[in-house]
Design a protein. Structure first.
Length: 405
């Protein structure tokens, strides 16, 4: 992907001139876009996360992506990492090329309706051309991903039925589901840190609900494992997690996508590895931990996990047993609840003074995962410790300035 091939200089100049407008009105445009598109194309509610619609998360993420594309319209290669991250999401949701013109149609309508007379015919025409180029970039990247899945052993495109072989509670709110192919076929290799999408078809719900869950076990086994936190059942966010906890049992069949995602362990490195998780954010990091002790047994690992209390601490015994069996692994636990002093290494929260005592060097590779507030705090602490930007790895969907500290 190089420059915006096919766009004339006048179109490029018009797009660049609208960047300040996108900064000011981007979220209003994308919020209106989702509203009118889903009203007129209700079948797309089977794809788009309705909870994120209500919370505005999807609008913010799309606004950020549109703004980045406009700002880099002459050099779209600058946003390739963002494109690939979104493309992983799209392939996990089985987004198809024919859906892009639908999105483009309603995006242009939204721009016109939100900006009014300021969105001249010339601006709308320019954005129509630009959207076509940007869409082609996504379609091309996603085609490569789909082709790779189609040709990989045991992999697949779309959704495939898996049987719940085991359902094991890990804490008061987190339960692990061990999934095996219903067709008894192969399981693809995947990279630790990747996720799958569950397609939940829930009684009484008019549309499918799609949710991504990180794989919580090392690859190369006869099952895929996800470890799901049960959200508040009265909160719209909890509809799929409560469905899994309450209705899906051992022997149940669920439809899932193949593993996707670019928040993955770099196994080409030999430097120390620091894994820092909060709450259910430990799931992809446990997959990384299980993998590195098998594939890189000499690599030093520090595993730090923060959660509310011992009752909420999932996989505590699993991580402890790995550390006991592998002397290169050190693990620490931080509990917010002050009543668990004998069960953790620190009470309260991870802070700068404590963190610098348990990390012997910042010349390491750091991976973090957890709730947005947790990641923002850890990101700030790592930067205060002068950890290099390239050594901090995380996955975050939304405006990056929300991680600023």
């Amino acid at each position: 992907m190089s420059t915006a091939v096919g766009l004339d200089q006048k179109t490029i100049e018009i797009i660049k001139s609208t960047v300040p407008v996108l900064q000011e009105h981007g979220e209003a445009i994308t919020k209106h876009f989702y509203k009118i598109m889903l009203e007129n194309e209700p079948e797309l509610k089977n794809v788009f996360n309705q909870t994120n619609q209500r919370k505005g998360a999807q609008s913010k993420a799309l606004a950020g992506a549109v703004y980045a594309a406009a700002a880099n319209i002459e050099h779209l290669e600058n946003i390739l990492p963002n494109v690939k991250q979104i493309a992983h999401k799209h392939t996990s949701l089985n987004i198809k090329p024919e859906q892009y013109p639908i999105v483009g149609k309603y995006l242009l309508i939204a721009i016109k309706e939100v900006l009014g007379d300021a969105a001249t015919d010339e601006i709308i025409e320019a954005w129509g051309k630009a959207y076509g180029v940007i869409a082609d970039v996504f379609i091309s990247v996603e085609k490569e991903m789909y082709d790779e899945k189609q040709n990989a052993s045991g992999d697949w495109v779309g959704f495939r039925d898996f049987t719940v072989a085991e359902k094991i509670p890990e804490s008061e709110v987190i339960t692990s589901f061990y999934l095996k192919p219903a067709d008894n076929g192969e399981i693809p290799s995947y990279r630790p840190g990747q996720y799958i999408t569950i397609k939940a078809q829930i009684d009484g719900e008019p549309y499918d609900h799609l949710r991504q869950y990180s794989l919580s076990a090392a690859p190369g086994q006869k099952f895929l494992r996800i470890s799901v936190k049960r959200e508040n059942e009265h909160n719209p966010e909890g509809i799929v997690s409560n469905y899994l906890h309450n209705q899906v049992q051992e022997g149940s069949v669920v439809s899932i996508s193949s593993p996707s995602g670019d928040f993955v362990l770099n196994d080409a490195e030999q430097r120390s590895l620091v894994l820092i998780s909060g709450g259910v954010g430990l799931t992809p990091l446990v997959s990384m931990l299980e993998t590195v002790v098998k594939e890189q047994p000499e690599r030093k690992v520090i595993f730090i996990h923060a959660t509310r209390s011992r009752a909420y601490h999932a996989m505590k015994d699993r991580v402890a047993s790995i550390a006991e069996a592998n002397e290169q692994v050190t693990h620490y636990t931080v509990y917010e609840d002050n009543s668990n002093a004998d069960a953790c290494d620190k009470q309260g929260f991870i802070d700068y003074d404590w963190l610098k005592t348990v990390i012997p060097t910042t010349d390491a590779s750091f991976y973090m995962c957890g709730p947005k507030g947790f990641m923002s705090a850890i990101n700030g602490l790592l930067r205060k410790l002068n950890v290099a930007d390239d050594d901090i790895h995380f996955e975050f969907f939304g405006p990056m300035d929300e991680l600023a500290n």
